[in-house]
Design a protein around this ligand. Structure first.
Ligand code: MLT
Ligand code: MN
Ligand code: ZN
Length: 307
């Protein structure tokens, strides 16, 4: 960004789906069936990532989706400009080490400089897995940030990470799993540029006072929309885990997102990281109507938000 340009916060949804995407490779649930059939009521969705920028030229990925290559193919803003090797993707920050959020680092392995940001715990987890060393540490530094520390991964773009209740990634689960641990393992991100602010929390087991305060201070919120009802997967015969067991507060029901975040009507509120079993993905469904009536939007791939 040249010094004369005023930073202006932009965000671009690269992947609005949760783990598995829509449709999911092995799924024929109600939503996936419509998606496989090309029904216009259900948009295809790639897995979980939001890109943010202060100048519209260089971008920070909030999560590196396992579908990242497909997302770059779909979004001109993410494609190389000028001669030879180049990418507008200047940095990537991970909010946790779930496969949908971290595996995309492997798609960024062709000797392109950028920076990987995360908490110490997150960087230690990917650091312990040697496959990520394919992204050469000599040109791709990994930079740890502390919770509550303000930092500027790109000029004009200021971030702060904060703990949100969550659990270890599925691939690290062992024995009894605490589903709402507060620490460095699962974080939300507060992003600011040009005086505008957004909060991104694609995985959240329950809303803390800290998160309430951060939402109240933001212009836009991208929030965990994984499942509509706690027992949705069970009832559809897709698995036996509840939403809460997966570390995701359900959208509806007691203690759900519509209820707990109803006080933030002044903030533009968008559900993201939406699992394919979630009926809000069917346009015109009663559930989609319900979230809209409550003032929420449903993210889709390619959605642009200028908070
Ligand atoms: C989640 O958000 O709970 C995870 O992405 C699940 C998974 O790894 O499939
Ligand atoms: Mn996920
Ligand atoms: Zn499905």
């Amino acid at each position: 960004m040249s010094p004369t340009d005023t930073p202006a916060l932009r965000s671009l949804v690269l992947g609005s789906g949760g783990g598995g995407g829509v449709p999911q490779w092995n799924c024929n649930c109600r939503v996936c069936r419509l998606a496989w059939d090309g029904d216009p009521r259900v948009k295809r969705r790639t897995q979980s990532s939001l890109a943010v920028s202060a100048d519209g030229e260089s971008w920070l990925l909030l999560n590196a989706s396992i579908d990242l290559r497909e997302q770059i193919l779909a979004r001109p803003a993410m494609q190389p400009k000028g001669q030879g090797r180049h990418s507008p993707i200047a940095a990537a920050l991970l909010t946790n080490t779930d496969v949908d959020h971290a595996a995309g680092l492997l798609a960024l392995r062709e000797r392109q400089p950028f920076t990987i940001w995360g908490t110490r715990a997150t960087l230690d987890t990917i650091g312990a897995n040697r496959i990520f060393d394919v992204v050469g540490r000599d040109i791709v530094p990994r930079r740890a940030v502390r919770l509550g520390e303000r930092f500027e991964p790109l000029p004009g773009l200021t971030l702060e990470l904060f703990a949100v209740p969550g659990k270890v990634p599925l691939w690290l689960e062992e024995g009894e799993v605490k589903t709402d641990e507060i620490g460095e393992g699962t974080v939300g991100v507060a992003v600011e540029a040009g005086g505008r602010r957004l909060v991104y929390a694609p995985g959240c087991a329950h809303v803390t006072d800290d998160l309430h305060a951060r939402i109240a201070g933001a212009h836009a919120l991208f929030f965990d929309g994984t499942l509509f009802t706690d027992d949705e997967m069970k009832r559809a015969g897709l698995g036996d885990k509840t939403s809460r067991r997966m570390g995701h507060q359900p959208v509806s029901g007691p203690g759900g997102t519509l209820e707990t975040l109803s006080g933030h009507a002044g903030v533009r509120r968008i559900l993201i990281h939406i699992n394919n079993s979630n009926p809000i993905l069917i346009e015109g469904s009663p559930e989609e109507q319900q979230v809209k009536a409550a003032g929420w939007e449903v993210a889709y791939d390619g959605m642009e938000v200028r908070p």
